[in-house]
Structures are given as structure tokens and as C-alpha cells.
Ligand binder design. Structure first.
Ligand SMILES: Cc1cc2nc3c(=O)[nH]c(=O)nc-3n(C[C@H](O)[C@H](O)[C@H](O)COP(=O)(O)OP(=O)(O)OC[C@H]3O[C@@H](n4cnc5c(N)ncnc54)[C@H](O)[C@@H]3O)c2cc1C
Length: 403
């Protein structure tokens, strides 16, 4: 086998993106994934996939750079965003008109994004090890060595853990993680709604947690939204046990009938939500990206967007080091990646925890302040522009090709 420069474990949206970025720069990259890495054939009228992402402008730029944007056929742009308090006294609205981009973002099914990346992977020089898991990891001279389920042994100066929240490679390399239960379970599904969503992403903060209606592409006269309903676990038990019809009625009430009647609901999926943040982003030849490094509450739809920013920054640091003849796997190079990403990820996590706490309080004085704050924010265009800038992922320390 040829010498491998970087081994990436985990071929989800984040790991596949990094593999493509490194291969483009001429690095010999291997990708290990426990599922298949073959792209599928997705048709416009295929059933909706339950998991979606609200992609920011920065993420779109990365996908564009990797050649994957064209493969994303089913994406719904949103030009407006409304967030309001279930008590009905505070609301804030965002409009793409005040922003140089035409849209605030795009709602895309995760499988559609991954499939577009896999199409590029099939054309790339990345060496793929599909339907394989990592059984062992050990330090080996300058770098690390992994043993795969089929007995293959792979060695490289640098290994990347992109294997998700339960990252096996992170655990094998002994990187500690801070964890906190959000005490919310997310119910995720797709619904057909009576009213058109007008390309608006909407979220109401209820006593039991936030409920988001994310716009999907209409099919003829039929309108669809992806639902992410975060609930206290006991309430999630109750709502999950409802018949489809009773679930639709409950959803209509919770959403104040703003989408009209809910005409149909797909299968429901449930995810316990947990905040995780690795205490360091690299150790002993292993570096973390995406959910392997951090998981956050989906209330602001930032999870994979943060992962894509990790990819862009790590890719930039490794490629810059390799181009100047430096050891791309050296600790000072990985420290730079950690410095550029850990603070930003931490800040977003704190903001999400703050939101969750603020909307979970019973104290009437705090509720009044919160609702007044929302309405006040709504009247301050400069503040709103700052929030949209932050949420787009473009206002931070991002690589040149994304500007
Ligand atoms: C309910 C919900 C809603 C969300 N909504 C949004 C949103 O709107 N916007 C947003 O940005 N984010 C959102 N997120 C977060 C987002 O889904 C994740 O951040 C994203 O999927 C992480 O991608 P990843 O590639 O890092 O990890 P994963 O998607 O978990 O991929 C990891 C990959 O590694 C593979 N793997 C795992 N273990 C091994 C192993 N041992 N060996 C080999 N391969 C392995 C897996 O098969 C998988 O392909 C949401 C999350 C939840 C729970």
C-alpha cells in the first residue's frame, strides 16, 4: 500500500468533506467508514428523509469549494426566520433583505448532503475502507496505527476522528470530554401542512422546549415542513405515544395553527440531547472534528455547520503546513487548529445553554425581561444584522476560500 498522509475515521458529512479537501491538495488520504461509501440515486420525488440541516452560507461555500453543491438537488432556501415565545408576548423576525446574500440559509436533508459528497468522493483519490470499524489504536513511531475489523492495519502520521458523538477513536486515544444532559429529547419528523411556509423557518419556545418548523421544497400544491420538537423526556414519552392523528392535532395547537392543519405526518424519530465538548482537540497523533469534538442542542441548527467550520480550518492549517514543507502533523500545527476552533465552539455552546435556560424558567420577572428583550431586539436592525452575521458562520476567523 502507498504511504498514507492522513487517515480519517468516519465518513459522515464532516469526515467526507475533510477527506475531499485534503485529497484536493494532493495529500494521500484514507477514509474508514462503518457503512457504505457508495453514492445512491436520490430522486426529486423520493420520500423525505427525517434528518435535515439548516445550512449556513459558510457551509454552502465549503460544499461549493468541494464540488458538492451541484449534487444538492433538493434544498429549500429560507428568506425569513421568526422566533417567538409561546406566551405570545415576545417575538423577533429576521429577513434576508437586510443581508447581502439572497437567503438566510437552506434546509437540506442530511442524506442529500452526504450523497452529494459521496458523488465527489467516488471521483477523488481518497482511498476508501467502507463497512469497516476500528478495533484498536496505538501510537506508532511518528503517528498512529489502527487495526480494522477485517484485520487490515493502517498507519499514518495523523489520524482524524470524525466518527460522531460516541467517537471510538476519541475514546481509544484517551481524549476526555465534558458532558451535560440537556434534559430534552428531540422528536423529529416531516409533516404535510395546509398552508405554504413562505420560505420562513419558524421556532416557538414553549414551556416544555422549542418547536421548529423548517421549510422543505413544496411538491406541486403540497407543502412540507421538517419538525424538530425538543421536549422534556416525560412530555416526549406522552407525545411520542400519541396516534398520528392525535399527534397532528397536538402539533397544530403547539404551533398556534400558524401552518394551518397538519394533513399528514411521517414516521417519528427520537434523539436524547446531550452537550459534549472534548477538553482538547488533539492528542497523541489524533485530532477531532465535528460531533466527535462537540455536540450541541439543535435549537439554532448549528451542529453540522460548526463541524464544517472545523473541516475548513483544520484543512487550511494542514495544507498550509504541508505546502511550506513543515510537518503538518506537528503539535504546533494542531494547536493552531485547536485555538481557532475551541473558543468559537465553546461560545456557541454557551449561547445555546443560555437560550435553553432562559426559556425554561418559571420566574415571571425573568419571563417579562426575556420577552421584552426579544421585542426590543426586533426593533434594532443593527443587532439583528449582527445576529444574522454570526449565524451565517461568515463573521468568524474563516479560511480565505470561504470569504
Ligand atoms: C434532532 C437533531 C437536529 C439537528 N439539526 C441540525 C441542523 O438543523 N443544523 C445543523 O447544523 N446540525 C443539526 N444537528 C446536528 C448534526 O446532525 C450533526 O452535528 C452532524 O450530523 C454531525 O456530523 P458528523 O459527520 O460529525 O457525525 P455523524 O453524522 O455522526 O457521522 C459519523 C460517521 O462515522 C461513522 N462511524 C461511527 N463510528 C465509526 C467507527 N468506529 N468506525 C468507522 N466509522 C464510524 C458513522 O457511520 C457515520 O457515518 C441536529 C442534530 C439532532 C440530533
Amino acid at each position: 500500500m502507498q504511504k498514507i498522509d492522513v487517515i480519517i475515521v468516519g465518513g459522515g458529512m464532516v469526515g467526507t468533506s475533510l477527506a475531499l479537501a485534503l485529497a484536493r491538495s494532493g495529500m494521500h488520504t484514507a477514509l474508514v467508514e462503518q457503512q457504505t461509501l457508495q453514492p445512491g440515486l436520490l430522486l426529486m420525488d423520493d420520500p423525505w428523509q427525517p434528518r435535515v440541516s439548516a445550512l449556513t452560507e459558510a457551509s454552502i461555500k465549503l460544499l461549493d469549494y468541494l464540488g458538492a453543491r451541484e449534487g444538492i438537488q433538493r434544498a429549500c432556501p429560507y428568506t425569513h426566520m421568526t422566533v417567538w415565545d409561546g406566551e405570545g408576548t415576545g417575538a423577533v423576525e429576521f429577513d434576508a433583505k437586510t443581508w447581502p446574500q439572497k437567503n438566510l440559509g437552506y434546509i437540506v436533508e442530511n442524506d442529500v448532503i452526504r450523497n452529494a459528497l459521496l458523488q465527489q468522493l467516488a471521483r477523488s483519490t481518497v482511498e476508501c475502507f467502507e463497512q469497516q470499524t476500528v478495533l484498536e489504536y496505538q501510537l506508532c513511531g511518528q503517528g498512529g496505527e489502527i487495526v480494522l475489523k477485517n484485520g487490515d492495519v493502517l498507519r499514518a502520521p495523523l489520524l482524524v476522528a470524525a466518527d460522531g458523538a460516541q467517537s471510538c477513536l476519541r475514546q481509544l486515544s484517551g481524549i476526555p470530554v465534558n458532558q451535560k444532559d440537556y434534559k430534552h429529547h428531540a422528536l423529529v419528523t416531516t409533516v404535510e401542512t395546509e398552508l405554504f411556509h413562505q420560505h420562513c423557518a419558524r421556532q416557538v419556545f414553549l414551556d416544555t422546549g422549542p418547536l421548529a418548523f423548517l421549510p422543505l421544497q413544496s411538491q406541486g400544491e403540497q407543502h412540507y415542513c421538517s419538525i424538530v420538537w425538543s421536549l422534556l423526556p416525560a412530555e416526549a414519552d406522552r407525545i411520542d405515544a400519541l396516534s398520528d392523528d392525535a399527534f397532528c392535532r397536538e402539533l397544530e395547537r403547539a404551533f398556534e395553527h400558524r401552518a394551518g392543519n397538519i394533513l399528514q405526518v411521517d414516521q417519528r424519530f427520537r434523539y436524547p440531547l446531550r452537550q459534549r465538548h472534548a477538553r482538547q482537540y488533539h492528542r497523541q497523533g489524533v485530532v477531532l472534528v465535528g460531533d466527535a469534538a462537540h455536540t450541541i442542542h439543535p435549537l439554532a441548527g448549528q451542529g453540522v455547520n460548526l463541524g464544517f467550520l472545523d473541516v475548513a480550518v483544520l484543512g487550511e492549517e494542514l495544507i498550509k503546513a504541508a505546502n511550506r514543507g513543515d510537518d503538518y502533523f506537528a503539535a504546533h500545527v494542531l494547536d493552531r487548529y485547536q485555538r481557532r476552533r475551541i473558543g468559537h465552539n465553546s461560545l456557541i455552546m454557551k449561547a445555546m445553554a443560555g437560550f435553553q435556560n432562559l426559556f425554561g424558567v418559571d420566574d415571571p420577572a425573568i419571563r417579562w425581561l426575556r420577552n421584552t428583550g426579544l421585542s426590543l431586539t426586533n426593533r434594532l436592525p443593527l443587532i439583528k444584522e449582527m445576529i444574522v452575521g454570526q449565524a451565517s458562520g461568515l463573521s468568524k476567523d474563516i479560511p480565505g476560500f470561504m470569504q
